[in-house]
Ligand binder design. Structure first.
Ligand code: SF4
Ligand code: SF4
Length: 284
């Protein structure tokens, strides 16, 4: 099954336990105000805006024999200046690749002796459950662990085939309050909360990720509520909570001035979690 891949990072130590190959799929179903990779959100509309702006002539707009427009990316000319993604009016990138699970796994195999597993992220990778199921089957045959990094808006309980080959999940909870979540992302969080409980119950919730943006929502209340929700499950299976300080790098211009939380505030939030019995708390 083919998907659009934004990038593959051969070695990552921040996308789950151990050294992992991380695969980032193109396309997302929500729109976070502080998105750090807005170029992964949309699918390329082949408008050609980026082509003329590339200082290296690494992009070309062509018409195929069947009359379709294609944007050709010449990797060998690219210097990684990111001009193309900054000028794209569709939150996309011309540097993506269409790949099926076998092509992606061929890339994974290059690192095989040196990695513990693979992680699929996005965009929102749960938009491609069939692709992930097939990719994870290949990974399992090679004794690699399999992880999903998700915004939680798609119901995991409805994907049993995928979960059968998934070791664990890293789940974003952008805000516990539904109105806050909607304001930050444009989407409700009822499925996110349902997923948090479902994955915790089934022992597949490896990590909850909370981006702390004091200007956008009451993070203290949100962390409190998340801790109350998940503490009973943490007592059975350790759940890591990662508190991520908002940083303006990579975010869209209009949100660059949001306040960065200070160390004291982050410490206060982690203490709430320690008080509820969470011992695996990361502040980054
Ligand atoms: S990053 Fe984009 S704009 Fe910059 S050289 Fe590469 S293709 Fe061209
Ligand atoms: S990457 Fe963006 S700017 Fe470039 S062709 Fe696609 S939609 Fe247009």
């Amino acid at each position: 099954m083919e998907v659009v891949v934004n990038k593959i990072i051969p070695f990552s130590s921040v996308d789950g336990p151990g050294n992992r190959t991380a695969i980032f799929l193109q396309g997302c179903n929500i729109n976070c105000k502080y998105c750090h990779n807005p170029e992964t959100r949309g699918m390329c509309q082949k408008c050609g805006v980026c082509v003329d702006k590339c200082p290296q002539n690494a992009l070309e707009k062509r018409i195929t024999a069947t009359g379709e427009i294609e944007i050709v990316f010449k990797k060998e000319l690219c210097v990684g200046c990111d001009t193309c993604i900054h000028v794209c009016p569709h939150d996309s990138s011309p540097r993506t690749s269409v790949m099926d699970e076998k092509m992606v796994f061929d890339e994974v195999k290059k690192q095989m002796p040196f990695i513990r597993g693979i992680t699929v992220s996005g965009g929102e990778c749960m938009l491609q459950p069939d692709f992930m199921t097939e990719l994870f089957k290949l990974a399992k045959e090679a004794n690699l662990s399999t992880m999903i990094d998700s915004n939680g808006t798609i119901d995991f309980s409805e994907k049993p085939e995928l979960l059968a080959v998934t070791d664990s999940v890293m789940l974003d909870i952008k805000a516990f309050d539904c109105n806050d979540h909607h304001r930050i992302t444009g989407a409700n969080n009822d499925i996110v909360i349902k997923n948090a409980v479902f994955l915790a119950e089934t022992g597949k919730l490896f990590e909850v990720r909370i981006v702390v943006v004091p200007d956008l929502y009451d993070a203290e209340q949100s962390v409190n509520d998340i801790a109350n929700l998940l503490a009973p499950y943490n007592a059975q299976n350790n759940i890591r909570i990662k508190l991520i300080s908002y940083r303006p790098m990579g975010v869209r211009e209009e949100y660059k001035n949001l306040k960065v939380p200070d160390a004291k505030y982050m410490q206060k939030l982690s203490q709430i979690l320690y008080n509820q019995g969470f011992s695996d708390v990361l502040v980054v």
